[in-house]
Design a protein around this ligand. Structure first.
Ligand SMILES: *Cc1c(COP(=O)(O)O)cnc(C)c1O
Length: 493
């Protein structure tokens, strides 16, 4: 029983934690003793990218067998480069390209691996039911999950997206998805309607036991699953190994990372790498105009009672960063009573204040910076003009944070900026930021961006406009439950 809930109410082995996702008491699964368990991080750095993934995942998810095989199934031949995440020099610093997977977003790194972990967990736990993944998406997660789960034995996946609420490219990516176990359905309303509807259907089915004896069990692919967090630890090691190989650092030297942050999964994986011994220096938490984390790191007060801004970096438009709960637990030495209190306060009052000791511990590693809309576009323009580096809006927010940190810490460790999406996923914003004219639909903008920069459109996005849509369902929010049950071969709860 390696994992406990951050709220204290449950224990589980790694396979059970992966199958459940969320602990029964609403907490997130964490391993309290991770930092004390020895890990040979030095020899890990000598391996190939897939070798590192195997070694790291075996350590973080004890009990899984044949991890090497699972890793190969997840990644081999699916990413643009064999090393998974290329490192690019940008002046004194670096950019780690996490978007070279099949859907051109960094969520591919985790969502390519999660289906393999779920099927392996199913075998380990002796579960014969098929796993039905229900996901509500505001864009990127849906496609990455479809790409990860399609045709994976023992699983089915249904993705719901807000009708008219995702970009044309994101919609095209999803509705053209092939695979015998996939369904994609638009829901009338906005993302919140969609997500609330999916959660309600999920809870109604779980509470009623409607699927029991039907050979099907529900699960979700969202980012609080430890099976999504663990694969993200790998690329911190990949970046470090590359800097060693370049002679930019010596073994043991610190490296800082700037991370465009929404749900806090990506940056938390960096903290996990640090707990495993990797010399991760500072973790620079980059936010857009939704600066709830910047304020939290500055004051210790997490306050979601504020305006919500729609920005050009939509995957970071988040006021409740779910994975932060894991950091609260780890920084408070496993004080689950405290975490439970804070989360209740956040739910009821919309705010909590972290006590001084855990706050200081968090601040000894994390720094927070935020960046407004205008500056985001300025950063994209400047990187293109001065360095010939083309980056997307999320990555630009992280560059802005990295530079702000550098201004306070000149001559420090090298900073690696995590680049989370291809510029071609946000062609309109990127095009206007570098002085082009964002006219026509997103597909025309992609082509214009390619003509202007010479940077090739990624394989998965090219030709999307001409692909036939395979999924045309549009339903109301209240129809989500019957829709799922019909798929499961049952009419009512
Ligand atoms: C999801 C996402 C993020 C935020 O990552 P978290 O792990 O949720 O903090 C940043 N950029 C892009 C492009 C994303 O899709």
């Amino acid at each position: 029983m390696e994992f406990v809930s951050t709220r204290g109410g449950a224990r589980a082995g790694a396979a059970e934690a992966v199958l459940r996702g969320l602990a029964p008491d609403g907490g997130l699964y964490v391993e309290a003793g991770l930092a004390r368990r020895p890990f040979d991080w030095q020899s890990c750095l000598t391996l190939s990218s897939l070798g590192m993934a195997e070694k790291i995942l075996s350590h973080l998810l004890p009990g899984f067998e044949d991890m090497g095989d699972l890793v190969r199934r997840a990644y081999a031949g699916k990413f643009e480069t064999e090393d998974l995440t290329p490192l690019v020099g940008v002046g004194e610093d670096y950019m780690l390209e996490l978007f070279r997977g099949p859907t051109s977003a960094f969520k591919d790194v985790a969502l390519s691996m999660l289906p393999q972990l779920i099927t392996a967990a199913r075998r380990l736990e002796g579960v014969t039911d098929e796993i039905l993944i229900l996901t509500a998406t505001s864009g990127d997660t849906g496609k990455a999950a479809l790409e990860g789960f399609h045709d994976v034995e023992g699983t089915r996946i249904t993705v719901f997206y807000p009708d008219g609420g995702v970009s044309p490219v994101q919609r095209a990516q999803m509705v053209t998805q092939e695979g015998r176990n996939v369904k994609v359905c638009a829901v009338r309303g906005n993302f919140d309607d969609c997500q609330t509807g999916v959660k309600a259907a999920f809870n109604a089915i779980s509470a009623s036991g409607a699927l029991e004896g039907k050979g099907l069990r529900l699960s979700s692919a969202n980012s609080i699953n430890i099976g999504r967090l663990a694969p993200q630890v790998t690329y911190y090691f990949i970046a470090y190994a590359k800097l060693l190989g370049l002679g930019r650092i010596a073994l043991g030297d610190p490296v800082d990372f700037a991370v465009p942050t929404g749900n806090f999964g990506d940056i938390l994986a960096g903290y996990y790498a640090r707990l495993m011994g990797l010399p991760v220096g500072r973790l620079i938490c980059a936010s857009n105009a939704n600066r709830v984390l910047t304020d939290f790191l500055a004051t210790g007060v997490y306050d979601k009672r504020r305006s919500f801004y729609r920005t050009s970096s939509p995957s970071m438009d988040i006021l409740v960063s779910s994975n932060l709960e894991r950091l609260l637990y780890l920084a408070s030495e496993g004080d689950s009573a405290l975490v439970r209190r804070l989360m209740e306060s956040l739910n009821r009052e919309g705010v909590y204040t972290l006590p001084q000791a855990p706050l200081e511990k968090i601040r000894s590693v994390f720094s927070g910076f935020c960046c407004g809309e205008e500056e985001t576009l300025e950063v994209i323009g400047r990187l293109w003009r001065e360095r010939h580096v083309l980056c997307d809006t999320h990555t630009a927010v992280a560059f802005s944070a990295a530079w702000a940190y550098r201004r306070q810490n000149a001559g420090g460790a090298p900073v690696v900026v995590l680049s989370t999406a291809s510029p071609y996923k946000f062609p309109g914003a990127v095009l206007s930021a570098i002085g082009g004219h964002a006219e026509g639909d997103e597909f025309s903008q992609m082509e214009a961006l390619e003509r202007l920069t010479g940077v090739p459109i990624p394989r998965g996005l090219r030709g999307l406009r001409d692909k036939a849509p395979l999924h045309q369902d549009v339903i109301g929010r209240e129809e989500i439950l019957p829709y799922v049950l019909a798929q499961a071969g049952r009419q009512e709860v």
